[in-house]
Design a protein around this ligand. Structure first.
Ligand SMILES: Cc1ncc(COP(=O)(O)O)c(C=O)c1O
Length: 492
C-alpha cells in the first residue's frame, strides 16, 4: 500500500474510533463536551426518533395487549412455582405421566424421511405437497367419495387448522358473492352472503380468524347451560315484561337461528368434538341441520380439528362432513393434524373446497393460490411429509389408528374417573355431562369465580369459562381436581 494511502486509512480509522469514543463518553456522561463538530453530529443523530439514543420510541403509543385467553393460561401456569400445579387450559394431549406425546408412528415416519438422502428442502408449490393434499381429502371425505372421484374437490395445504380457516375466510370474503341479478339483489347478497354464523360458544379464535379474514361474524345458539347439552330446538322460556305486566313465551335454539339466517349465509360447523362444550349433535340432528341448511342455501364451513380424537374412529368422526358431501352440495372443510397425529408445532393442515364440478374446483384452486401466495408464499415441507408417509402406507396407517384410539380411550377413561371421584365426594350437582360430553374438553359449568378460586387455592389452571382439557388429566391428578371442584361448588 502507498504510504499516503495507508495514512489516510489510519486517519479514517482513527476518526471512526474518535467518534465511537466520544459517543461512549457522551453516553456515560451526557454533560461532557467534545469537539463542536462531532457534538453537532451527535445532536442530529439523537434527534432522530429511530436512533438508539432517543428514549422516545416511535412505538411509545403502543399499548400492551392482553394475553390470549387460552394460551395466557399456560403463561400464568408457567409462573406458578407450586409443585401441585395442574394445567388443564391448553388443548394438548398428555400421557398418564403428564408428558407431551410423540406418536411412535410419527417417530418412524421421521426416521424414514431422515434416511432418504434423495429428499431435498426445496420450496413446495403454493398449494403444498400434492400427496398430502390427496390423502387428506381421502381421510376426511372417505376413500370412495364420489366428490373426489369426480375431481370436484380442491385441497390446499395450510398452516394447521387455524391457517386453513384463515385461508378459507379470505377466499370467501373475496369470492363468495353473486353479482348477477338486480341491483337491490346485489346489495342484499353483498350484505348477507359474506356473513358467517358461528356457534355460541365456540373456540375463542374463530371470531378473530373470520373477522380478520374479511367476513362479518354472527352467532347461532348452540349450548344450553341448563341441560349442559345441545340447544337444538330451543326451550320454552318465560320472560316477564314489566311494562305490560305480562309474560312472554319464546323458543330459541340452533334450528331457529339457522332458519332465520339470511339465505346464502356461511355457517361454521364443528365436524366433531365441539370446542369448548364437548357437545355434538346426534346423527339424526345432523341430518336435520343438513336438510335445513341445504333448503336455505346456507354454505357449510366445517372445522375438523379432532377427527379420530372424539370417538377413536376416523370414519365415525367424519360422518357429519360426509353427510353434507353425499348430497352433492358444496362446502368447505378445514383439517388439522395437531391433535390426531400430535403434530401441534409442525403446523400441518389442509383446506378443502367441495365444488359442483371439476371446472369450478380448478378455478377455485387458482384463486386460493392468490390468497396463499402473499400470506405465507408456500407451506412447510416436513410436517406434511410425515403425514403423507403415514397415510400412504397401510401398516403405518393402522399403527396410527391404534395409537389414536389409545389417546381417545385414555381421555374417555379420565371422564369416568373424574365423574366417579365427584360422586364419591358427594359433590352437589349433576355431573353426568362429564361422561356425556365428547372429545378433548369438558365444559364443567363452573363459573369464573369458582375458576379463580380453584387456581388460587388449588393451583389448577383452566379457561375462565370453566373448560378443562381432559387430555391434561391423569389417574394421579384426578383426586386433586375432584377436591378442587368439590371445594369450589360448596364454598364459592
Ligand atoms: C375447534 C378448533 N379449531 C381449530 C383449532 C386449530 O388448531 P391448530 O391451528 O393448532 O390446528 C383448534 C385448536 O385448538 C380448535 O379447537
Amino acid at each position: 500500500m502507498h504510504p499516503q494511502e495507508s495514512m489516510s486509512v489510519i486517519s479514517a480509522h482513527s476518526s471512526v474510533t474518535d467518534r465511537r469514543l466520544s459517543s461512549l463518553l457522551r453516553h456515560l456522561n451526557p454533560s461532557s463536551s467534545s469537539s463542536s463538530s462531532s457534538s453537532s453530529e451527535m445532536d442530529s443523530i439523537s434527534a432522530s426518533p429511530t436512533s438508539g439514543f432517543d428514549a422516545n420510541s416511535v412505538f411509545a403509543h403502543v399499548v400492551r395487549a392482553p394475553e390470549d385467553p387460552i394460551l395466557g393460561v399456560t403463561v400464568a401456569y408457567n409462573k406458578d412455582p407450586s409443585p401441585i400445579k395442574l394445567n388443564l387450559g391448553v388443548g394438548a394431549y398428555r400421557t398418564e405421566e403428564g408428558k407431551p406425546l410423540v406418536l411412535n408412528v410419527v417417530r418412524k415416519a421421521e426416521q424414514i424421511l431422515v434416511n432418504d438422502s434423495s429428499r431435498v428442502k426445496e420450496y413446495l408449490p403454493i398449494v403444498g405437497l400434492a400427496d398430502f393434499n390427496k390423502l387428506s381429502a381421502k381421510l376426511i371425505f372417505g376413500a370412495d367419495s364420489p366428490a373426489i372421484q369426480e375431481n370436484r374437490v380442491t385441497t390446499v395445504q395450510c398452516l394447521s387448522g387455524t391457517g386453513s380457516l384463515r385461508v378459507g375466510a379470505e377466499f370467501l370474503a373475496k369470492h363468495y358473492h353473486q353479482v348477477n341479478g338486480s341491483f337491490i339483489f346485489f346489495i342484499l347478497f353483498f350484505l348477507f352472503l359474506r356473513t358467517i354464523y358461528i356457534p355460541q360458544p365456540t373456540w375463542g379464535n374463530h371470531p378473530k380468524i373470520f373477522t380478520i379474514g374479511g367476513l362479518s361474524v354472527k352467532t347461532y345458539s348452540y349450548y344450553d347451560p341448563a341441560t349442559r347439552g345441545l340447544n337444538f330446538q330451543g326451550s320454552m322460556y318465560i320472560c316477564f315484561l314489566s311494562c305490560y305486566d305480562d309474560f312472554f313465551f319464546g323458543v330459541i335454539g340452533l334450528l331457529d337461528d339457522l332458519s332465520s339466517a339470511p339465505s346464502g349465509a356461511i355457517v361454521l360447523l364443528h365436524a366433531c368434538a365441539h370446542n369448548p362444550t364437548g357437545v355434538d349433535p346426534t346423527l339424526e340432528q345432523w341430518e336435520q341441520i343438513r336438510k335445513l341448511m341445504r333448503s336455505k342455501g346456507l354454505l357449510p364451513f366445517f372445522d375438523s380439528a379432532y377427527q379420530g380424537f372424539a370417538s377413536g374412529s376416523l370414519d365415525a368422526d367424519a360422518q357429519s362432513v360426509r353427510m353434507f358431501v353425499a348430497d352433492g352440495g358444496e362446502c368447505l372443510v378445514a383439517q388439522s393434524y395437531a391433535k390426531n397425529m400430535g403434530l401441534y408445532g409442525e403446523r400441518v393442515g389442509a383446506l378443502s373446497i367441495v365444488c359442483k364440478n371439476a371446472d369450478v374446483a380448478s378455478r377455485v384452486e387458482s384463486q386460493l393460490k392468490l390468497v396463499i401466495r402473499p400470506m405465507f408464499s408456500n407451506p412447510p415441507i416436513h410436517g406434511p411429509s410425515i403425514v403423507a408417509t403415514i397415510l400412504k402406507d397401510s401398516n403405518m396407517y393402522n399403527e396410527w389408528t391404534i395409537e389414536l384410539k389409545a389417546m381417545a380411550d385414555r381421555i374417555i377413561s379420565m371422564r369416568h374417573k373424574l365423574f366417579e371421584a365427584l360422586r364419591a365426594r358427594g359433590t352437589p350437582g349433576d355431573w353426568s355431562h362429564i361422561i356425556k360430553q365428547i372429545g378433548m374438553f369438558t365444559f364443567t359449568g363452573l363459573n369464573s369465580e369458582q375458576v379463580v378460586f380453584m387456581t388460587k387455592e388449588y393451583h389448577i389452571y383452566m379457561t375462565s369459562d370453566g373448560r378443562i382439557s381432559m387430555a391434561g388429566l391423569s389417574t394421579k391428578t384426578v383426586p386433586h381436581l375432584a377436591d378442587a371442584i368439590h371445594a369450589a361448588v360448596t364454598r364459592v
